[in-house]
Design a protein around this ligand. Sequence first.
Ligand SMILES: [Zn+2]
Length: 163
Amino acid sequence: MKTDCIFSASISPYIDDELSAEDTERLRLHLKTCSACRNQLRVLSAMEVQLAAMPPITPSPDFDRTFWQKIDALEEKRRQPAWKQWLNGDRLREWRPALAAAAGVLILCGTFLFTQRPSETGFSADEIVMSQNLELLTDYEIVRHLDFLEQWMDFSENDATDA
Ligand SMILES: [Zn+2]
């Protein structure tokens, strides 16, 4: 838009009537000889006319109502307890493999406890030792079922990416 002409910067103030009488006169004389500045004056003037013709922006009649509705909705969301926000957020998705693994461990523990039925004659020595070392044995079961766990985690990871 601007030319290399030193009068180029004066054209916009000239349109806005911001130049001194002296500078205005000087520019008018210059415009008679400089086609680049004449061209710039024409383009800038046309732009000013178009801008002036643009209707002023008025908000829709129900702007006030919808604006406060949106504010209320935001406030409502903020008032939700942290755990609810967490559940609704993406972080749950990130944690799904870990949650699935935890669920797998719980299932393994449950299965292990369920299959350890006391014998008809009461608890055997093995079972007493077993109950004392339940945690260790559960860990052992998990190690034994590691393949199953890995499959479970792969499955839930695929599930998470598919979702
Ligand atoms: Zn010029």
